[in-house]
Design a protein around this ligand. Structure first.
Ligand code: NAG
Ligand code: NAG
Ligand code: NAG
Ligand code: NAG
Length: 296
Protein backbone atom coordinates (compact mmCIF):
# COMPACT_ATOMS: atom_id res chain seq x y z
CA UNK A 1 0.00 0.00 0.00
CA UNK A 2 2.74 2.38 0.97
CA UNK A 3 4.67 1.59 -2.19
CA UNK A 4 1.61 2.29 -4.30
CA UNK A 5 1.00 5.59 -2.53
CA UNK A 6 4.62 6.55 -2.95
CA UNK A 7 4.53 5.87 -6.65
CA UNK A 8 1.09 7.35 -7.15
CA UNK A 9 1.46 10.82 -5.73
CA UNK A 10 4.54 11.95 -7.67
CA UNK A 11 2.85 10.57 -10.83
CA UNK A 12 -0.35 12.46 -10.16
CA UNK A 13 1.75 15.57 -9.76
CA UNK A 14 3.39 15.04 -13.15
CA UNK A 15 -0.02 14.40 -14.83
CA UNK A 16 -1.46 17.56 -13.32
CA UNK A 17 1.48 19.57 -14.52
CA UNK A 18 1.22 18.03 -17.98
CA UNK A 19 -2.52 18.76 -18.11
CA UNK A 20 -1.89 22.31 -16.97
CA UNK A 21 0.67 22.87 -19.70
CA UNK A 22 -1.65 21.32 -22.30
CA UNK A 23 -4.55 23.47 -21.23
CA UNK A 24 -2.52 26.67 -21.26
CA UNK A 25 -1.14 25.69 -24.67
CA UNK A 26 -4.65 25.35 -26.12
CA UNK A 27 -5.71 28.53 -24.40
CA UNK A 28 -2.85 30.19 -26.22
CA UNK A 29 -3.52 28.64 -29.62
CA UNK A 30 -7.35 28.52 -29.86
CA UNK A 31 -7.23 27.41 -33.49
CA UNK A 32 -6.75 23.70 -32.57
CA UNK A 33 -9.85 23.59 -30.39
CA UNK A 34 -13.21 23.14 -32.08
CA UNK A 35 -16.84 22.31 -31.47
CA UNK A 36 -18.75 19.76 -33.51
CA UNK A 37 -22.48 20.29 -34.03
CA UNK A 38 -25.43 18.72 -35.80
CA UNK A 39 -29.24 19.01 -35.44
CA UNK A 40 -31.26 17.23 -32.73
CA UNK A 41 -33.15 15.03 -35.17
CA UNK A 42 -33.84 14.33 -38.83
CA UNK A 43 -37.02 12.68 -40.12
CA UNK A 44 -37.01 10.55 -43.22
CA UNK A 45 -39.48 8.35 -45.06
CA UNK A 46 -38.57 4.69 -45.33
CA UNK A 47 -36.66 3.94 -48.54
CA UNK A 48 -35.49 7.51 -49.22
CA UNK A 49 -32.04 9.07 -48.84
CA UNK A 50 -31.11 11.25 -45.87
CA UNK A 51 -28.39 13.76 -45.00
CA UNK A 52 -27.15 13.78 -41.42
CA UNK A 53 -25.58 17.20 -40.81
CA UNK A 54 -22.20 17.61 -39.12
CA UNK A 55 -20.07 20.76 -38.97
CA UNK A 56 -17.21 22.31 -37.02
CA UNK A 57 -17.08 25.70 -35.38
CA UNK A 58 -15.04 27.68 -35.89
CA UNK A 59 -14.81 26.94 -39.63
CA UNK A 60 -11.64 24.95 -40.31
CA UNK A 61 -10.24 22.54 -42.83
CA UNK A 62 -11.02 18.96 -41.79
CA UNK A 63 -9.33 17.24 -44.76
CA UNK A 64 -6.49 15.99 -42.54
CA UNK A 65 -8.72 15.02 -39.60
CA UNK A 66 -10.40 11.76 -38.73
CA UNK A 67 -14.18 11.83 -39.18
CA UNK A 68 -16.11 8.86 -37.84
CA UNK A 69 -19.87 8.32 -37.71
CA UNK A 70 -20.96 5.82 -35.05
CA UNK A 71 -24.30 4.35 -34.17
CA UNK A 72 -24.32 3.61 -30.42
CA UNK A 73 -21.78 0.77 -30.47
CA UNK A 74 -18.19 1.78 -30.93
CA UNK A 75 -16.67 -1.37 -32.39
CA UNK A 76 -18.03 -1.01 -35.88
CA UNK A 77 -18.74 2.29 -37.50
CA UNK A 78 -21.30 3.61 -39.92
CA UNK A 79 -18.69 5.57 -41.89
CA UNK A 80 -14.98 6.37 -41.43
CA UNK A 81 -12.88 9.04 -43.13
CA UNK A 82 -9.21 8.78 -42.18
CA UNK A 83 -5.89 9.83 -43.76
CA UNK A 84 -7.73 11.76 -46.43
CA UNK A 85 -9.93 8.90 -47.64
CA UNK A 86 -12.94 6.72 -46.79
CA UNK A 87 -12.23 3.40 -45.07
CA UNK A 88 -14.91 0.72 -45.28
CA UNK A 89 -12.91 -2.17 -43.76
CA UNK A 90 -14.81 -2.31 -40.42
CA UNK A 91 -18.08 -0.73 -41.49
CA UNK A 92 -21.33 -2.08 -40.02
CA UNK A 93 -22.59 -4.52 -42.70
CA UNK A 94 -26.04 -2.93 -42.42
CA UNK A 95 -24.63 0.20 -44.13
CA UNK A 96 -22.62 -1.48 -46.88
CA UNK A 97 -22.73 0.57 -50.11
CA UNK A 98 -25.23 3.00 -48.59
CA UNK A 99 -23.09 5.73 -46.98
CA UNK A 100 -21.22 8.67 -48.47
CA UNK A 101 -19.41 11.49 -46.67
CA UNK A 102 -20.03 14.63 -48.72
CA UNK A 103 -16.68 16.43 -48.91
CA UNK A 104 -17.59 19.39 -51.08
CA UNK A 105 -17.32 21.78 -48.11
CA UNK A 106 -14.91 19.80 -45.94
CA UNK A 107 -12.33 22.60 -46.13
CA UNK A 108 -14.88 24.81 -44.32
CA UNK A 109 -15.57 22.14 -41.67
CA UNK A 110 -18.88 20.95 -43.18
CA UNK A 111 -19.19 17.23 -43.98
CA UNK A 112 -22.73 15.76 -43.85
CA UNK A 113 -23.25 12.02 -44.12
CA UNK A 114 -25.54 10.70 -46.81
CA UNK A 115 -27.37 7.42 -46.07
CA UNK A 116 -29.20 5.95 -49.03
CA UNK A 117 -32.38 3.82 -49.08
CA UNK A 118 -33.08 4.19 -45.36
CA UNK A 119 -34.48 1.14 -43.54
CA UNK A 120 -36.45 0.92 -40.26
CA UNK A 121 -33.34 -0.58 -38.67
CA UNK A 122 -31.40 2.62 -39.45
CA UNK A 123 -33.47 4.66 -36.99
CA UNK A 124 -31.63 5.71 -33.84
CA UNK A 125 -28.94 8.03 -32.57
CA UNK A 126 -25.78 8.72 -34.58
CA UNK A 127 -22.58 10.35 -33.35
CA UNK A 128 -20.34 12.45 -35.57
CA UNK A 129 -16.89 12.15 -34.01
CA UNK A 130 -14.08 14.43 -35.25
CA UNK A 131 -10.47 14.10 -34.17
CA UNK A 132 -7.47 16.25 -35.01
CA UNK A 133 -3.94 15.59 -33.78
CA UNK A 134 -4.61 17.74 -30.73
CA UNK A 135 -8.32 17.67 -30.03
CA UNK A 136 -11.55 15.76 -30.53
CA UNK A 137 -15.26 16.49 -30.16
CA UNK A 138 -18.53 14.90 -31.23
CA UNK A 139 -22.20 15.68 -31.79
CA UNK A 140 -25.28 13.45 -31.79
CA UNK A 141 -28.24 13.42 -34.16
CA UNK A 142 -31.34 11.22 -34.04
CA UNK A 143 -32.58 9.66 -37.25
CA UNK A 144 -36.38 9.19 -37.19
CA UNK A 145 -37.56 6.81 -39.88
CA UNK A 146 -41.26 6.76 -40.70
CA UNK A 147 -43.36 4.54 -42.89
CA UNK A 148 -47.07 4.72 -43.67
CA UNK A 149 -48.54 1.25 -43.84
CA UNK A 150 -51.15 -0.40 -46.00
CA UNK A 151 -54.83 0.57 -46.22
CA UNK A 152 -56.57 -1.23 -43.32
CA UNK A 153 -58.58 -4.28 -44.34
CA UNK A 154 -61.85 -4.85 -42.47
CA UNK A 155 -63.24 -8.38 -42.52
CA UNK A 156 -65.91 -10.42 -40.76
CA UNK A 157 -64.43 -13.87 -40.38
CA UNK A 158 -66.70 -14.93 -37.55
CA UNK A 159 -70.41 -14.07 -37.51
CA UNK A 160 -70.13 -11.93 -34.40
CA UNK A 161 -66.61 -10.41 -34.79
CA UNK A 162 -65.16 -7.72 -37.08
CA UNK A 163 -61.39 -7.64 -37.76
CA UNK A 164 -59.15 -4.80 -38.94
CA UNK A 165 -55.59 -5.35 -40.12
CA UNK A 166 -52.77 -3.19 -41.56
CA UNK A 167 -49.04 -3.70 -42.13
CA UNK A 168 -45.84 -1.82 -43.01
CA UNK A 169 -45.88 0.89 -40.28
CA UNK A 170 -43.01 2.67 -38.55
CA UNK A 171 -42.78 3.71 -35.77
CA UNK A 172 -45.35 1.64 -33.86
CA UNK A 173 -48.90 2.61 -34.96
CA UNK A 174 -52.14 2.77 -33.02
CA UNK A 175 -55.61 1.75 -34.19
CA UNK A 176 -58.99 3.40 -33.53
CA UNK A 177 -62.43 1.96 -34.26
CA UNK A 178 -65.35 4.36 -34.73
CA UNK A 179 -69.02 3.73 -35.50
CA UNK A 180 -71.10 5.74 -38.01
CA UNK A 181 -71.81 8.40 -35.37
CA UNK A 182 -68.11 8.91 -34.75
CA UNK A 183 -68.13 7.23 -31.33
CA UNK A 184 -65.09 5.20 -30.36
CA UNK A 185 -65.60 1.44 -30.11
CA UNK A 186 -63.48 -0.40 -27.55
CA UNK A 187 -61.67 -3.31 -29.21
CA UNK A 188 -61.91 -6.83 -27.77
CA UNK A 189 -58.33 -7.53 -28.86
CA UNK A 190 -55.38 -5.55 -30.26
CA UNK A 191 -51.99 -6.86 -31.26
CA UNK A 192 -48.87 -5.39 -32.89
CA UNK A 193 -45.84 -7.32 -34.04
CA UNK A 194 -42.78 -6.65 -36.21
CA UNK A 195 -42.18 -8.27 -39.55
CA UNK A 196 -38.85 -9.33 -41.07
CA UNK A 197 -38.14 -5.71 -42.16
CA UNK A 198 -38.72 -4.39 -38.60
CA UNK A 199 -41.98 -2.77 -39.69
CA UNK A 200 -45.11 -2.99 -37.55
CA UNK A 201 -48.17 -5.09 -38.32
CA UNK A 202 -51.33 -4.23 -36.35
CA UNK A 203 -54.50 -6.27 -35.91
CA UNK A 204 -57.61 -5.63 -33.82
CA UNK A 205 -61.11 -7.00 -33.45
CA UNK A 206 -64.41 -5.82 -32.01
CA UNK A 207 -67.72 -7.55 -31.33
CA UNK A 208 -70.02 -7.03 -34.33
CA UNK A 209 -71.57 -3.60 -33.69
CA UNK A 210 -75.26 -2.78 -33.81
CA UNK A 211 -74.57 0.25 -36.06
CA UNK A 212 -74.64 -0.10 -39.83
CA UNK A 213 -71.11 1.21 -40.60
CA UNK A 214 -67.74 0.83 -38.89
CA UNK A 215 -64.45 2.73 -39.52
CA UNK A 216 -60.93 1.57 -38.70
CA UNK A 217 -58.13 4.20 -38.56
CA UNK A 218 -54.45 3.33 -38.15
CA UNK A 219 -51.96 6.14 -37.36
CA UNK A 220 -48.31 6.44 -36.34
CA UNK A 221 -46.79 8.90 -33.84
CA UNK A 222 -46.30 11.49 -36.63
CA UNK A 223 -50.10 11.46 -37.12
CA UNK A 224 -49.77 9.94 -40.56
CA UNK A 225 -52.82 7.72 -40.92
CA UNK A 226 -54.89 5.49 -43.18
CA UNK A 227 -58.51 4.52 -42.72
CA UNK A 228 -61.14 2.19 -44.13
CA UNK A 229 -64.88 1.92 -43.58
CA UNK A 230 -67.24 -0.96 -44.07
CA UNK A 231 -70.98 -1.44 -44.20
CA UNK A 232 -71.73 -4.05 -41.53
CA UNK A 233 -75.52 -4.23 -41.71
CA UNK A 234 -78.19 -3.14 -44.20
CA UNK A 235 -80.70 -0.68 -42.77
CA UNK A 236 -82.75 -2.63 -40.26
CA UNK A 237 -81.97 -6.24 -41.14
CA UNK A 238 -78.74 -7.91 -40.15
CA UNK A 239 -76.62 -8.96 -43.11
CA UNK A 240 -76.70 -12.63 -42.22
CA UNK A 241 -80.53 -12.93 -42.09
CA UNK A 242 -80.96 -12.58 -45.88
CA UNK A 243 -80.67 -16.31 -46.29
CA UNK A 244 -82.79 -17.05 -43.24
CA UNK A 245 -85.60 -14.82 -44.56
CA UNK A 246 -85.55 -16.75 -47.84
CA UNK A 247 -85.51 -20.03 -45.90
CA UNK A 248 -88.46 -18.97 -43.74
CA UNK A 249 -90.38 -17.98 -46.88
CA UNK A 250 -89.72 -21.34 -48.54
CA UNK A 251 -90.67 -23.28 -45.41
CA UNK A 252 -93.89 -21.26 -44.94
CA UNK A 253 -94.77 -21.74 -48.60
CA UNK A 254 -94.27 -25.50 -48.23
CA UNK A 255 -96.41 -25.51 -45.10
CA UNK A 256 -99.14 -23.57 -46.89
CA UNK A 257 -99.03 -26.02 -49.78
CA UNK A 258 -99.24 -29.02 -47.44
CA UNK A 259 -102.15 -27.44 -45.58
CA UNK A 260 -103.91 -26.56 -48.78
CA UNK A 261 -103.52 -30.09 -50.11
CA UNK A 262 -104.67 -31.61 -46.83
CA UNK A 263 -107.68 -29.33 -46.83
CA UNK A 264 -108.44 -30.15 -50.43
CA UNK A 265 -108.19 -33.91 -49.81
CA UNK A 266 -110.26 -33.65 -46.65
CA UNK A 267 -112.92 -31.73 -48.50
CA UNK A 268 -113.01 -34.36 -51.24
CA UNK A 269 -113.27 -37.19 -48.72
CA UNK A 270 -115.97 -35.32 -46.83
CA UNK A 271 -117.89 -34.69 -50.01
CA UNK A 272 -117.62 -38.34 -50.97
CA UNK A 273 -118.72 -39.62 -47.58
CA UNK A 274 -121.59 -37.20 -47.65
CA UNK A 275 -122.56 -38.45 -51.09
CA UNK A 276 -122.31 -42.04 -49.87
CA UNK A 277 -124.36 -41.25 -46.80
CA UNK A 278 -126.94 -39.52 -48.91
CA UNK A 279 -127.04 -42.46 -51.30
CA UNK A 280 -127.47 -45.02 -48.48
CA UNK A 281 -130.07 -42.89 -46.79
CA UNK A 282 -131.99 -42.63 -50.01
CA UNK A 283 -131.70 -46.36 -50.60
CA UNK A 284 -132.76 -47.08 -47.07
CA UNK A 285 -135.72 -44.78 -47.38
CA UNK A 286 -136.66 -46.36 -50.67
CA UNK A 287 -136.46 -49.86 -49.17
CA UNK A 288 -138.54 -48.96 -46.13
CA UNK A 289 -141.08 -47.34 -48.43
CA UNK A 290 -141.14 -50.48 -50.57
CA UNK A 291 -141.54 -52.64 -47.44
CA UNK A 292 -144.34 -50.46 -46.21
CA UNK A 293 -146.04 -50.68 -49.56
CA UNK A 294 -145.68 -54.45 -49.62
CA UNK A 295 -146.95 -54.91 -46.09
CA UNK A 296 -149.98 -52.65 -46.59
C1 NAG B 1 -21.59 -3.23 -52.78
O1 NAG B 1 -21.24 -2.87 -54.11
C2 NAG B 1 -20.28 -3.71 -54.69
C3 NAG B 1 -19.92 -3.11 -56.04
O2 NAG B 1 -20.98 -2.46 -56.64
C4 NAG B 1 -20.83 -5.12 -54.79
O3 NAG B 1 -19.86 -5.99 -55.33
C5 NAG B 1 -21.22 -5.62 -53.41
O4 NAG B 1 -21.82 -6.88 -53.50
C6 NAG B 1 -22.18 -4.64 -52.75
N1 NAG B 1 -22.43 -5.06 -51.38
C7 NAG B 1 -23.65 -5.09 -50.84
C8 NAG B 1 -23.74 -5.59 -49.46
O5 NAG B 1 -24.64 -4.73 -51.46
C1 NAG C 1 -21.52 23.44 -49.78
O1 NAG C 1 -21.77 24.81 -49.51
C2 NAG C 1 -22.51 25.48 -50.53
C3 NAG C 1 -22.58 26.94 -50.15
O2 NAG C 1 -22.93 27.09 -48.81
C4 NAG C 1 -23.89 24.83 -50.63
O3 NAG C 1 -24.65 25.45 -51.65
C5 NAG C 1 -23.73 23.35 -50.95
O4 NAG C 1 -24.98 22.75 -50.95
C6 NAG C 1 -22.85 22.72 -49.88
N1 NAG C 1 -22.63 21.32 -50.26
C7 NAG C 1 -22.86 20.32 -49.43
C8 NAG C 1 -22.61 18.96 -49.95
O5 NAG C 1 -23.27 20.51 -48.29
C1 NAG D 1 -33.79 -0.45 -50.73
O1 NAG D 1 -33.70 -1.46 -49.75
C2 NAG D 1 -34.65 -2.48 -49.88
C3 NAG D 1 -34.47 -3.45 -48.73
O2 NAG D 1 -33.89 -2.89 -47.64
C4 NAG D 1 -34.47 -3.18 -51.22
O3 NAG D 1 -35.44 -4.16 -51.37
C5 NAG D 1 -34.59 -2.16 -52.33
O4 NAG D 1 -34.32 -2.78 -53.56
C6 NAG D 1 -33.60 -1.04 -52.11
N1 NAG D 1 -33.80 0.01 -53.11
C7 NAG D 1 -32.82 0.57 -53.75
C8 NAG D 1 -33.23 1.63 -54.73
O5 NAG D 1 -31.66 0.25 -53.58
C1 NAG E 1 -51.11 14.19 -33.31
O1 NAG E 1 -52.47 14.42 -33.00
C2 NAG E 1 -52.72 14.59 -31.62
C3 NAG E 1 -54.22 14.74 -31.43
O2 NAG E 1 -54.92 14.86 -32.63
C4 NAG E 1 -51.95 15.80 -31.10
O3 NAG E 1 -52.17 15.95 -29.73
C5 NAG E 1 -50.47 15.61 -31.38
O4 NAG E 1 -49.75 16.75 -31.00
C6 NAG E 1 -50.23 15.33 -32.85
N1 NAG E 1 -48.84 14.98 -33.07
C7 NAG E 1 -48.13 15.43 -34.12
C8 NAG E 1 -46.72 14.97 -34.19
O5 NAG E 1 -48.62 16.14 -34.97
Amino acid sequence: MKRYAGHFYPRLGKVTVALFILCSMSEGSRSVRFQVSSTPSVSVALGSDVLLPCRMTPEMNAEKMEICWFKTIFEHYVHLYINGKDDYTAQMPQFANRTELLKENITRGIFPLMIRNVTAQDSGIYDCFVESTKHHNSAAVELLVNAVGSLPVISTIADDTVFCESHGWYPEPYLIWTDNEGNKVIPAMENTFRDENNLYHIISDIPKPTTSKITCTVSNSLNQSKQSSRQIRDTGFPETSHTSIILICIISLCCCLVFAMAFFIRCKIYKRTRLFNHFYEMRHKKRTQEKELLSS
